[in-house]
Design a protein around this ligand. Sequence first.
Ligand code: AMP
Length: 419
Amino acid sequence: MTFQSLKLADYILKAIQEEGYEKPTPVQSEAIPIVLSGRDLLACAQTGTGKTAAFAIPMIQLMQESNQMGKQKRIRGLVVTPTRELAIQIHESFGAYGRHTGIKQAVIFGGVKQESQVRALKAGIDLLIATPGRLLDLIQQGYISLKDIEFFVLDEADRMLDMGFIHDVKKIIKVLPQRKQSLFFSATMPDEITKLANVLLYKPGKVEVTPVSSTAETINQKLYYVEKGEKNTQLLNILDNKDIRSILVFTRTKHGADKVVKFLIKSNVKAMAIHGNKSQNARQNALNGFKDGSLRVLVATDIAARGIDVEELEWVLNYELPNIPETYVHRIGRTGRAGNKGSAISFCAEDERPYLKSIEKLIRLSIPKLNQPSFSNTKPEPTAQRNDKPAQTANRQGSSNYGYKKKNNKSSYNKRSAY
Ligand code: AMP
């Protein structure tokens, strides 16, 4: 499959080539023709599969070809996504794929002053990328009207549910025009999300690139049983491994993230936390440092980590196991992206064993365990265990080795770290 065979316009093909993409990812090959044909779409795909381009590329083409360009600007496309980081990335992606079109867009999200966002809206836009709270806020203040929406994308619907945004999303859907093309993206499909999709979508084309609960086959997963009080020491042991140039560490709480960072800094390891209590600037600084390699350890809570798109991130550590099993899939999906290799290490204390049980049930495999006290001699090795088979792989479905590469990863990497 090539991008040419997807009947894309020259201005899109040129932009894709400039991005360094050689061929479409599975979600792109399947979703783009559905969207171009004007149908609604239900896509089960997690971050890292190339899902942003799967909706952005055909949307840009449809908007560009509807001969509305040059006329008075009205918001015709709306993308709603749960976090500001994702909103910024989607905005950048539209900017990249649409750089040879005249489509004007704006991005709005909470946590910052609204003035510059309002100015962008007043200047006139075709496309709006928004987080739910700020969108409703600016609608209420009369700065945004959704009456002309022709294309609506709901991104990461399951995260909206996890983050408590589902009511806001329902409110937004209520003010959208009846006639529109809707594209619905979710990594997992819990009942409430299936119900929402049924309300929103009309005879949608369906695309499923990763089975709901599978974890990427490119990711080497390991688990250590540890005493609660030993996690910090074990973390330092892991960081002794100089092959680990950067590692994303997950905690369940903001307080937990701060505690880990405090410990690491005291131990002379450069680390920063990213979570909801941090200002937008502090989050962006931490992210930029992590992306440009000057920050080795980034400690994140689940919500803050949504949308962290660090190409070639190889290591993820679950300092604490998540209490929602789907979150494990999301967390380890930060690594091993775009066909790169990745390793996910998890710590499991006695009181976390029930979480482990739920995770293994969901992913349908037993995560290989490395035993104490041989731990420090068996530091995870990035390549040697690549082909390790999990202890049980019963009923394991599918593969998510997307098998695609960029010709030139660096250009996009640098561009992404620019904001
Ligand atoms: P997403 O799932 O949209 O977050 O995309 C994950 C990463 O894959 C992003 O960094 C994209 O720039 C990259 N990407 C998307 N499509 C392709 C493609 N066809 N070839 C190579 N990289 C891609």
